[in-house]
Design a protein around this ligand. Structure first.
Ligand code: AMP
Ligand code: MG
Length: 487
């Protein structure tokens, strides 16, 4: 079978970077690969033949047993600040297969996750368990449907091998698709261990790939920093607006292209509490919901530091330029967060008191332990039943002010409600639902629960009654829900 029949069209620009940036290697063959999940719409978008990709030979390709012609498997080198501590990392259990050029001419990294040891594996086994790879598949596809920039999941293949975790688990390989896997940590790596020329090569490569318009600006590296800053402000805004908690915002998990990457300990908040943390190892709440914008700015400052030699020949001047750009983050973030919150409340125009109105609602939600998603959903559907929050006199007062606020704009009530329904998801991947789907899949080999969940999550803004079951909060509070890294 020819490579073109499968639809592969690789161009491996990353492999043309200096040798320092990666290690060439082949995926470790696996015993008996089996297709578990395959994303047909994504395959078609990428220009792949979904039928052939699901054939025996396709499964061999998605397990790393057979490298498609034209691919150039490599593990990428990177460093990163993990919980504030700088260290060398790299793809320890991932491998870039190549860059697929889509029929529309877009370029996407095709990456295996869980495909065996690499020179960057340190003490890890290079492998991934089925449960966490299915979890990444569910949550990344849900994020995509929510309109949030994200890496995506093309397939999950089980390897037929058992791997050692807390107990023995079935092994699996996820095929991840990303605009690129260049991270803040990639820049930190070359800044720490590379030469200035290599840093410049990485910056030029990143500009070429993601910000080609920078070439017409006076200093393309300042433009690069500004654009990366804006994309992160936009991304974190989107997270906050749906209550997504990434959980491990280390600099190696921040993609320069502005996509959400690394679905390890992430989870969605049920009850509104700004201090929510799910990750079992985040003892000090560094990556709590409310801290995410601050951490994004902190990570961007680390990115800016790597660019200093390119920003200006004069060190002091370079630092000043970097600080000026980074200090804009909070302004841009705040503006985009406020706009997003206004939309969640059906507000089209701007008034300076809007911030107070929004914050008052949030503090009432906190006080009455209201569900984040369902509060906005109830307001969007004008159905204020069954939540303690809505019974309180403070809420009645707030509601009156909100209605008055809505009357101070020219748009109709119907357009306000429409804006709200388009801005407030009816369903999110709730932790108990995700767990239920994974348990059925991994423990019982029953994929129907996950299939239904994926179907519901594919249209999160459609407020229809047959999804009612998926909007319910867990019976016991999910604040004690715990997630784990590197699983
Ligand atoms: P993460 O916490 O997923 O961002 O991963 C942090 C680092 O640990 C990255 O360099 C990963 O490649 C590496 N890593 C995570 N799990 C494994 C594993 N099972 N084997 C080897 N390296 C791993
Ligand atoms: Mg990572």
């Amino acid at each position: 079978m020819e490579r073109k029949d499968f639809g592969w069209k690789f161009d491996n620009s990353y492999a043309r970077l200096p040798q320092l940036f990666y290690s060439k290697l082949n995926p470790t063959p696996v015993h008996s690969p089996k297709m578990i999940m395959f994303n047909v719409p994504l395959a078609n978008y990428l220009g792949l033949n979904d039928k052939l990709m699901q054939s025996e030979k396709g499964v061999e390709m998605l397990s790393g047993n057979e490298v498609p012609e034209g691919a150039f498997p490599l593990a990428q080198a990177y460093a990163g600040h993990q919980f504030g501590h700088f260290t060398m990392l790299g793809d320890g259990r991932a491998m870039l297969l190549g860059e697929q050029i889509t029929p529309q001419g877009n370029r996407f990294d095709i990456q295996y996750k869980g495909s065996g040891k690499t020179p960057y594996s340190r003490r890890g086994d290079g492998l991934a368990a089925l449960g966490p790879m299915l979890r990444e598949y569910i949550i990344s596809e849900a994020m995509h449907a929510l309109g949030i920039p994200t890496t995506r999941s093309l397939a999950v293949v089980s390897t037929g091998e058992s791997i050692v975790r807390y107990k023995m688990e079935p092994g699996a390989i996820l095929t991840r698709v990303a605009s690129s896997h260049i991270r803040v940590g990639t820049f930190q790596f070359v800044s720490e261990w590379g030469k200035l020329e290599e840093l410049r090569k990485l910056a030029d490569y990143t500009i070429e790939r993601h910000f080609p318009e920078a070439n017409s600006s006076e200093n393309c590296y300042i433009h690069l920093l500004q654009e990366v800053m804006k994309r992160q402000a936009f991304l974190v805004t989107k997270w906050q607006l749906v209550g997504f908690i990434h959980g491990v915002m280390n600099t190696d998990n921040m993609a320069i292209c502005g996509e959400t990457i690394d679905y390890g300990p992430c989870a969605f908040m049920d009850t509104y509490d700004p201090a929510t943390v799910f990750s079992s190892i985040d003892n000090f709440g560094r990556y709590a919901y409310d801290n995410q914008p601050k951490i994004a700015a902190w990570n961007l400052a680390r990115f800016a530091e790597t660019l200093l030699p390119l920003l200006d020949d004069n060190k002091e001047q370079a630092v000043k330029i970097a600080q000026d750009v980074i200090s804009e983050f909070h302004i841009i973030y705040h503006q985009s967060y406020m706009n997003g919150m206004r939309a969640k409340l059906g507000i089209f125009n701007e008034e300076s008191e809007d911030e107070g109105l929004i914050n008052n609602l949030l503090s009432l939600m906190h006080k009455y332990q209201a569900d984040y998603t369902n509060t906005f959903r109830a307001l969007s559907n004008e159905n204020l039943d069954g939540m303690q929050l809505f019974e309180s006199p403070e809420f009645s007062e707030w509601y009156k002010l909100w209605k008055e606020r809505l009357s101070r704009q020219s748009e109709t009530k119907e357009s306000s409600l429409q804006l709200m329904r388009n801005s407030n998801p009816a369903v999110i991947p709730r932790n108990h639902r995700v767990e239920e789907a994974l348990e059925a899949a991994v423990e019982k080999g029953d994929y129907s629960v996950m299939a239904r969940l994926l179907e519901v999550l594919s249209t999160p803004y459609s407020h229809v009654s047959d999804k009612e079951d998926f909007t319910k909060v867990p019976e016991t509070s999910s604040c004690s829900y715990k997630t784990f890294c590197g699983t």
